[in-house]
Design a protein around this ligand. Sequence first.
Ligand SMILES: [Mg+2]
Length: 200
Amino acid sequence: MIYIFDLDYTLLDAIEFKRGLARILGLSWEDWQANYQKFFKDQNKNFNFYQMLNYLIRAEIVNQNQAVEIRHAVLKYLKTIDSFIFPAGLELLKKLSKDKHTLMLVSFGDMVWQKSKIENLKIKKFFAKVIITDSNKSTALMFLQNSTEEIVIINDNAKETFLLQESIPRAKVYVTDGPYAHNVGHQEPVYTLAQLVKEI
Ligand SMILES: [Mg+2]
C-alpha cells in the first residue's frame, strides 16, 4: 500500500515550530502573526523565513547585525526540526515502514523554505519519495493515477485532502486533527495520530 503524508500540521507541529521562528526573529507571537498576515497571507504568498527576514530588514524592524545572527540561529534551529514531529506521527511512520508499506511525503509551500525544512528532517529516511510543490498536489501526484496499488492519504487540511481524493478517487483519505481539519464543510471523521496508529 502507498501512504501519502502531508508535513505541516500533519506530522509536524507547525504552530510550535513557528513560535520558535518568531523567537529567533525577536518577535512576539502577535507581531509574528501580524507580519505573517501582511507579508504572506495578504499577498497570497507561501511562507519563506528568509523572505520574512528581508521584509523585516526593509521595514527596519531588524538591523543588518541582527540579521547575521538570525541567519545563523535559523540554520541551527532547522537542525532540531525532528523535535517538532508529533510523537504519534513518528510511531505511525515506524509502524507502516515496518509493515513494508511505501511511504511518500508530499508538501505544498515555498520551494526553498520547504526544502530547507525537509532536508534537515531525519524522518525523511522513512519515505521512498519526497515531493515538494508550490503549484498543487493533485498535479504532483498525477503519476499515481496509473498505479494499481492501494493509496491512503493522511493530511490535516480537509480542503486539500478532498481535492486530492477527487483526482485519485480510489484513494482512502484520513483527515487529521488540526486548525485546518474543517476548512471546508464535511461530515467525515477527523482522526488524531494516536487513533491512526491503532486504526491503520
Ligand atoms: Mg498540512
